[in-house]
Design a protein. Structure first.
Length: 221
């Protein structure tokens, strides 16, 4: 695991989102639910983009997302864009098994996923916009692997970083990772100090006063 991933794995989505705010960067996506497992995940991104099958010429048979699973390295996170508006799953249980065996840390689906109970039994993290029983077969097809995709209003590029937990999914551009991590670690240190102050009896109005309100505006030392 790279140093950046090891550092990211010690943070949570809120600290990273606050760091992005502090630096004026986009990356936080809300409304993607953690449907299986209780794990917090952090990893490098592989991407898959799906589109409507209707109107596309038939090509060689290949199940969606299998190319990404086979290309994945241990700890990677697969990010699937299924923004067609169709009620059709962009991920399923057999894919979760294949990904887990490959060492994939989890999957993020901008769209529906299915076979959630199977993913729970596998303890494989699936984050998705919603869930469905309806298959992708005959409805959506894979059109690109490892090309930029859009999740929420964030453009995600292969090789970017992602952290996902029960609160949100947050993407960090690989080109901005160093300064985002520095800012997020500073925020996490200050929040830990605030927690210690509360436990030591400092009134919460003081702890949550100017220091907290200015935290995103000041540069870390």
């Amino acid at each position: 695991m790279s140093d950046a991933l090891a550092r990211l794995g010690k943070l949570d989505s809120c600290a990273v989102s606050d760091a992005l705010d502090k630096l004026g960067l986009a990356g936080a996506v809300t409304g993607l639910e953690r449907l299986s497992s209780t794990q917090r995940i952090a990893g490098r991104v592989l991407t898959v983009r799906l589109d409507r099958a209707e109107g596309r010429p038939p090509g060689p048979p290949r199940h969606l997302c299998t190319a990404a699973i086979e290309a994945a390295r241990p700890g990677d996170v697969i990010v699937v864009e299924q923004r067609t508006g169709l009620d059709a799953a962009g991920w399923g249980g057999t894919l979760s098994l294949g990904a887990k065996l490959r060492g994939v840390a989890g999957v993020v689906v901008e769209g529906p996923a299915r076979d959630i109970d199977e993913s729970r039994d596998l303890d494989f993290p699936v984050f998705a916009r919603t869930h469905t029983a309806r298959t992708a077969r005959g409805r959506v097809v894979e059109v690109e692997t490892n090309m930029p995709v859009t999740v929420g209003d964030v453009v995600v590029t292969p090789g970017d970083y992602v952290i996902a937990d029960a609160t949100a999914v947050v993407f960090v551009s690989q080109h901005e990772a160093k300064r985002v991590l520095v800012a997020a670690e500073g925020i996490a240190r200050r929040e830990a100090a605030m927690a210690r102050a509360l436990e030591d009896g400092t009134p919460i109005s003081q702890v949550m006063g100017a220091t907290y309100e200015d935290m995103l505006k000041r540069k870390d030392p």
